[in-house]
Write a protein that binds this ligand. Structure first.
Ligand code: GLY
Length: 354
């Protein structure tokens, strides 16, 4: 962005979606500013579990083509973020054990059944009880690593990051938009709403999308790293080992507006569910606990593509899969914004479906 605030693309929201899109647009030679009312990566992108859960049976079926493409793009995406930032963002696990009900009637299989020998190898600390687990091929990362690296990568790539800057309004003008912020007036060719759970705040010119905050509370248990080396997902609880003694557990799903407070009784209930699977783990009296707000939509699918307002776009509503879907969102949005045909059709994700 030049000193007078003229830029090709202005993006609102410096979470993993906004910054990844900014990075992709920089690769294509566009000038980009990303604006956030807080520090970059300080909302859902940081609070997330970090599972790259391509085949999570809870995901809507329509998400699969996007999820698969994003998983394909992930190695190159992480390489680029690491190269630009000089910071490591390793995959901390490469497999997930998905619990399947012993009485499941559908006969649908997720993957191969986890054998006793495999359970002893990957999760000797696990008490499976009556649960049957199947393998899913998926990775996980620590969102703290992305928080350290992605904003640096974006700025190193030549992007402008305006943090602690409130978006006040977006107005269409000839050949672009005027973006009013508490810090400066930005004149941009295009505007993208990547405001996550805040993307539906119509009064700031964001387009009145049906995006609602869905609170998730999380915590870290402690466990010797070699006692759990894969993600474990069972009804109502998931466990994500970070490889350094932390096992992140999550998450509540709460429709309570923009409330990000942590309620220790909820965390302790979740910890009890986790400890029934992982009795060796420790839930310390002073546990790391936090909460974030997922951007939920009525059909559980993201909102990707053109807005009704001229020169404006949406990339939001990623609900439980923002970390997984960041690379593909950046890729297909950049394609669409530059008049190319996106690798994955965006019809199912158009804002006009609501
Ligand atoms: N992505 C995990 C969650 O939403 O809890």
């Amino acid at each position: 962005m030049n000193g007078s605030g003229v830029v090709d693309v202005a993006i609102a929201g410096a979470g993993i979606i906004g910054l990844s899109l900014g990075l992709e647009l920089r690769r294509r030679g566009l000038s980009v500013v990303v604006i956030d009312r807080q520090q970059a990566m300080s909302s859902a992108s940081w609070a997330a579990g970090g599972m790259l859960a391509v085949h999570d049976p809870q995901n809507p079926a329509e998400l699969l083509p996007l999820s698969v493409r994003s998983w394909d793009l992930y190695p190159e995406y992480l390489e680029r973020v690491e190269a630009l930032s000089g910071k490591k963002v390793p995959l901390r696990t490469r497999r997930a054990m998905q619990c399947v009900a012993p009485d499941r009637a559908t006969g649908v299989r997720y993957g191969e059944t986890v054998t006793a020998a495999e359970a002893a190898e990957f999760a000797p600390g696990l008490d499976a009880g009556d649960n049957i687990f199947e393998w899913l091929d998926e990775g996980s990362l620590d969102p703290n690593d992305v928080r350290e690296a992605l904003p640096v990568a974006f700025v190193t790539a030549g992007g402008t990051l305006l943090e602690e800057t409130e978006l006040l309004g977006v107005e269409s003008v000839t050949d672009g938009v005027l973006v009013q912020t508490t810090r400066k007036l930005v004149s941009a060719g295009m505007f993208v709403n990547c405001c996550g759970a805040w993307a539906g705040e119509g009064e700031r010119g964001l387009g009145g999308l049906p995006v609602v905050p869905v609170k998730g509370q999380m915590a870290n248990l402690r466990l010797a790293p070699e006692r759990l080396r894969c993600v474990v997902r069972a009804p109502g609880i998931y466990l994500v080992p970070r490889g350094d003694g932390r096992v992140t557990i999550g998450a509540t799903i709460e429709h309570v507006g923009f409330d990000e407070t942590v309620q220790e009784p909820s965390i302790r209930r979740m910890a009890a569910a986790a400890l029934s699977l992982l009795p060796e783990a420790e839930a310390p009296p002073l546990m790391d606990m936090w909460a974030g707000l997922r951007p939920g939509t009525p059909d559980g699918l993201p909102i990707l593509g053109k807005a009704t307002k001229e020169c404006c776009w949406h990339a939001t509503g990623h609900y439980r899969d923002g970390i997984l879907l960041a690379p593909v969102t950046a890729h297909v949005m950049a394609q669409a914004m530059m008049g190319e045909r996106p690798d994955v059709g965006l019809e199912a994700f158009a804002a006009s479906r609501f």
